[in-house]
Design a protein around this ligand. Sequence first.
Ligand code: PLP
Length: 452
Amino acid sequence: MTQIAPPRRTRVLHRSSRETPPLAVGGHGVWIVEAGGREVLDASGGAAVSCLGHQHPRVVEAVQHQVGQLCYAHTSFFSNEPAEALAEELVGHEPGGLAQAYFVAGGSEAVEAALKLARQYFLEIGQPRRTRFIARRQSYHGNTLGALSAGGNAWRRAPYAPMLSDAFSHVSPAFAYREMREGEDEPAFTARLAAELEAEFQRLGPGSVAAFLAEPVVGATAGCVPAPTGYFRAVREICDRHGALLILDEVMSGIGRTGTLHAWEQEGVSPDIQAIAKGLGGGYQPIGAVLVSGAVVDAIERGTGAFQHGHTYLAHPVACAAALEVQRTIREEGLLANVIAMGERLERRLTERFGNHHHVGDVRGRGLFRAIELVEDRRTKEPFDPALKLNARIKSEAFARGLACYPAGGTADGRRGDHVLLAPPYIVAAHEVDVIVERLGEAVDAALAGLP
Ligand code: PLP
């Protein structure tokens, strides 16, 4: 087995200040090539980013063409062709009433813009008291301060708690494996969550909430957790009744990852504002977007006439050109059919390998967005002690076997175990799905065997 390069320090401040990761120098399909020639199977598309795999010729050519044409033009002076075409591609058919797209440089920027748009919408329509946002515990919406305030990941929030906004409150996650009570069925669970959300609206007071914000399928924090049937319909009804907006964060779960272009299509609701990012540019360029409903756009147009926000790299031409080609490729090559077929295979293989595993409590997810949750005791669902860092051990064992997967730790309060998230590119082939599960199985067992 190839060993991971020994730690050494370079001038880049890496995620770990103690270790420098191996150099990635190339890629093809689902594989990333290291400087020494080793190939690593990118089983999580980075962090659910790489939807077309690496070095897709169509996108490489589109980026090269755009670089030769126009690299940058500031949006306070100009629009550009790739941005206009990308917006047309994304909302030209008005899915669920979404009418316009606002292009930023990533997921956190998209969430920040979505929150501000909601706030400005209520200013425009003469409801300035709507300053509150409700989100959910165990959600992740990004690392900038507004997005972090919205998120419910206690570990990520903790160091910055004094800097976070108190405009946000949090309700329970729709996390059936962990939150559903003994004897409760899905409809009862959904009804309890809806009642809790309703109570939070009541507690904050009429006319005070601007929006409820949620990921349709929770990604990074809890590991591919879809909501129970009917949950989002109930949420939509509550938001409507209270005159609040529904913001869906599809930064990770969107753009085909769960088998439909938008994850909300499987919920029978549509949002007022939606954040997308990772699968939008597929990693070929940094890009995110906010998709905005006609009602919100119209309110701004009738009011001040401008969204009071902005960044230097809005609607960046090269990023938009890359994203446009990624989106056209997904559509023209019918890749969502492969997401569904390979997603089913991945689920089947994971269930065969881990369904009876002593330390795997749950296999879950949708499409090519799947996770396993590790537990000390399957019956009680008792997680492993987070201090054991089981997820990091699995990551390292998997990496040593040429598999990049995306794990995260459990919580100290025992409300969540370690999990491993898988999100391979939409072009993944059947034999590659099998390799992913085989290597992950070996890595999980090796990590468990290495526990003190
Ligand atoms: N929202 C969700 C649901 C995410 O999963 C992420 C990133 O993982 C973000 C927002 C933040 O995106 P970015 O890392 O591009 O800023």
